[in-house]
Ligand binder design. Structure first.
Ligand code: FES
Length: 117
């Protein structure tokens, strides 16, 4: 981990436009999403019944859960479509020289993840 609280995850070529990239950090599953040519990091587990969101689909700025089709706003982690009710934890992303770094700390107060339950 770097001194600023960001952790290297992968390089930008690993996450194609509209794509998802699964990784683990501090024992939690997270995903990188590339939407509108920017990168976002979210919890990788659906808050409804814990499906792996890396198997979901990206449509515009919406991430659709593969199990019961809950929708999440990729930019914020907020729920946009039932049955999920709780937003995903969101993390800050920085791209440095083609490398993607993600903050260890959650940046949305309402997000749930194992480290702040
Ligand atoms: S597990 Fe994701 S909507 Fe049910």
């Amino acid at each position: 981990m770097s001194a600023d609280g960001f952790v290297y995850v992968t390089n930008v070529k690993s996450v194609p436009p509209g794509g998802l990239y699964r990784f683990e950090l501090d024992g939690t599953v997270r995903i990188l999403v590339r939407a509108d040519d920017a990168f976002y990091a979210l919890s990788g587990i659906c808050t409804h019944e814990e499906a792996e969101l890396c198997e979901g689909e990206i449509e515009g700025r919406t991430l659709w859960c593969p199990l019961h089709s809950a929708g999440y706003d990729v930019f914020t982690g907020e729920v946009t479509s039932a049955p999920a009710e709780t937003p995903l934890a969101a993390y800050q992303v920085e791209v440095r020289d083609g490398a993607i770094y993600v903050s260890k700390e959650c940046i949305n107060a309402r997000g749930l993840s194992k480290e702040n339950e």
